[in-house]
Write a protein that binds this ligand. Structure first.
Ligand SMILES: [Fe+2]
Ligand SMILES: [Fe+2]
Length: 208
């Protein structure tokens, strides 16, 4: 398994950021992923499950989606109206990454437990895997943005993602006696899926 090492991520951003048209599409792709996350949070809970933490999390992911959408339009004015494929950077691979993660984790949990337990845990584990990804990706991205003096700062978002991560770990530890083993399994699963996405992004960059 090849891991997207920090240096590979950094050099990806180094080549992306000086190209405003592609950079805007990347920002819009991140916006789309944040919006997908928000929608999945709303849908993951039964009508009685929307407590303060879930509502706040859904609102924050929605706000992240808006933040990245506005950033995309600042980097390339007049672009990235919606989430059409031509407005995204490897949009299909990005959607595939998220759907496969969501579906794969739920299926694996269903093999081990009834639906009533798998559903809430799937929300927690999918979110956990994404927050772990955000924790590597966003700080590196933010560093390269600073270096290029792009007026987009991810500091506030990084703080909120860190908070989400802590909450997911707490929820998982409370609900799943096999939390330690499953975290390792699902984080490795996410790593493979992200690597597939990242390979597409790099192939795209080389072709551009
Ligand atoms: Fe987010
Ligand atoms: Fe989050």
């Amino acid at each position: 398994m090849m891991k997207p090492h920090p240096e590979r991520l950094e050099s990806f951003f180094e080549s992306l950021i000086p190209q405003p048209e592609r950079h805007a599409r990347w920002l819009n792709t991140v916006s789309m992923l944040e919006a997908t996350g928000a929608r999945k949070i709303w849908k993951s809970q039964g009508k009685d499950g929307l407590n303060e933490q879930i509502l706040r999390h859904a609102v924050e992911e929605s706000r992240h989606a808006l933040f990245f959408k506005r950033a995309a339009q600042r980097v390339q004015p007049g672009s990235c109206e919606g989430y059409d494929d031509h407005e995204l950077l490897e949009g299909r691979a990005a959607r595939h990454y998220f759907q496969s993660l969501d579906y794969g984790i739920y299926e694996r949990l269903l093999d081990a437990m009834p639906e009533s337990k798998a559903k809430p845990l799937a929300y927690l584990y999918v979110t956990l895997a994404i927050e772990v990804r955000a924790q590597t990706l966003y700080p590196i991205y933010n560093k390269v943005l600073r270096r290029h003096r792009i007026p987009v700062t991810l500091r506030g978002i990084i703080e909120e993602e860190d908070q989400h991560l802590a909450e997911m770990i707490e929820g998982i530890d409370a609900l799943d006696p096999d939390a330690a083993a499953r975290r390792v399994e699902f984080e490795a699963f996410e790593m493979d899926l992200f690597e597939d996405f990242f390979i597409q992004l790099n192939a795209q960059a080389e072709a551009a």
